[in-house]
Design a protein around this ligand. Structure first.
Ligand SMILES: [Zn+2]
Length: 437
């Protein structure tokens, strides 16, 4: 007997198609209509501690780290960033979905629009007593900034804002610069970049290219840029049978052989041998749960979970259909029921090498002396949502201490990142400034 049901989270995770337009969206649209690109009045002025001439990446990074914005809390982190951007003449628009603060800020109306994307939320500190200094104190000792978010990724946000202030001090760029910042990257990421992108797309907002400030560097600043990411699918498989005595199997229906059959079918397939710069897709069984403590009982239920990390040779929906088909085939003739629930966390994407990746790579080369590897390794990031708007790459600090105790960045590296971002912006508008207008 075969049963199949899709969990609500499956619908929520399918980010193609029509976005759910909540009251918040309508409110934001009205807000945008009232105020052009929604300049947030009333926040400028005497309270603004960041001025165009004095914007320093380290100062801003420390101010951001001092706000303990562990997902989903904001604790004023977005206000700190917004004040800095308003000081630079950005039109800021807050988009709150659920309890999540998001910000879209733009300076200029002309194309091309170069966007910097990132997140102000951070992961929990873990054992606070294990830190050398308070995780939210933003201590600088021996020219190293320590604090939660120093590399992932308040440091990068501060470096990009400081880079913009340095660019503006030299003159007006030939286009627009924007920021797409969320407070929901480290969590479930349902009310963050995904929704902001849906709203911007529905409104026809054009972003030409995007740089995500995730800590992409591997060992030295500039040694790696991410130009793609693999996608991810999770499936929860439940086989429901009938409990009984092991000596009387005809009175029971053992779910375990069916589950084992499903998993062996899934594992038997070689998904691919790789794809244009991507590693091969892989399927991993991440848990098998029966929980039977008795030696003489056939259990009633057996569960397993699998995760697939897949390159652009696959689409999430195809993999979902394949898993369901294998489960159905394994359950053929079984007296119980097989249930599969699948969540597509993100599709694979690749930003093909071309003018944009070369602008970024050349700037990184110039500012850091490193020859960046254009990589597709690592887990998922918010770039998986932005890719529907425009070509996107990721470039930021060295990621070795992200999510760890004593997350840290040398202050010299923070300044070097600022220089790299400034060089990217300069080269970007030199290359694309006239072509797209
Ligand atoms: Zn991050």
């Amino acid at each position: 007997m075969w049963q199949r049901r899709r969990a609500p989270l499956n619908e929520a995770s399918a980010h193609s198609g029509r976005p759910g337009m909540g009251a918040e969206t309508v409110e934001n649209r009205q807000f945008a209509a009232r105020s052009g690109l929604a300049v947030c009045a009333g926040r400028r002025g005497a309270l603004n501690e960041f001025s165009m001439s004095a914007l320093d990446a380290l100062d801003l990074a420390r101010a951001l780290i001092r706000r303990p914005s562990v997902t989903p809390a904001d604790e004023g982190a977005m206000d700190v960033l917004q004040r800095a951007l308003e000081g630079l003449g950005f039109a800021c628009r807050r988009m709150k979905f659920g309890e999540i603060e998001n910000l879209y800020a733009r300076r200029g109306t002309a194309r091309p629009n170069l966007c910097f994307a990132g997140h102000t939320d951070v992961v929990p500190v873990g054992d606070a007593a294990a830190w050398t200094s308070g995780p939210f104190d933003a201590t600088v000792s021996d020219d190293v900034l320590i604090g939660r978010g120093a590399v992932d990724m308040k440091g990068a946000i501060a470096a990009f804002v400081a880079a913009v202030s340095a660019v503006l001090a030299k003159g007006e760029p030939a286009g627009s610069i924007s920021f797409l910042i969320t407070g929901d990257e480290e969590g479930v990421a349902l009310d963050g970049t995904r929704k902001v992108v849906e709203v911007l797309a529905a409104e026809g907002e054009v972003i030409d290219h995007c740089i995500v400030g995730e800590p992409s560097s591997a060992a030295r600043l500039g040694d790696m840029i991410k130009i793609g990411r693999r996608g991810s699918v999770n499936s929860w498989i439940t086989v429901a049978g009938k409990q009984g005595h092991v000596a009387y199997p005809h009175r029971a229906a053992n779910p375990i052989p069916v589950l084992v059959d499903i998993l062996s079918r899934l594992q038997a397939r070689v998904l691919d041998d790789g794809y244009e710069g991507f590693q091969p897709s892989n399927l991993e069984v991440t848990t098998i749960d029966v929980g039977n403590t008795a030696t003489n009982i056939i259990p009633a239920e057996a569960k397993a979970r699998v995760n697939i990390r897949f390159n652009p040779a696959h689409k999430g929906a195809e993999l979902q259909a394949w898993i369901e088909e294998q489960a159905r085939a394994a359950g053929e003739g079984f007296a119980g029921a097989v249930d599969v629930r699948t969540m597509i966390s993100g599709e694979a994407f690749l930003t093909r090498q071309g003018d944009f990746t070369e602008v970024v790579a050349a700037a990184v080369r110039e500012a850091t002396g490193e020859e960046p590897d254009l990589s597709t390794t690592g887990g998922t990031s918010d770039a998986r949502f932005i890719r529907s708007l425009c070509p996107v790459v990721e470039f930021g600090l060295v990621g070795t201490t992200m999510h760890a105790v004593d997350e840290q960045v040398p202050t010299a590296e923070l300044r070097q990142l600022q220089t790299a971002y400034e060089t990217i912006i300069d080269r970007y508008f030199a290359r694309f400034g006239d072509a797209s207008t």
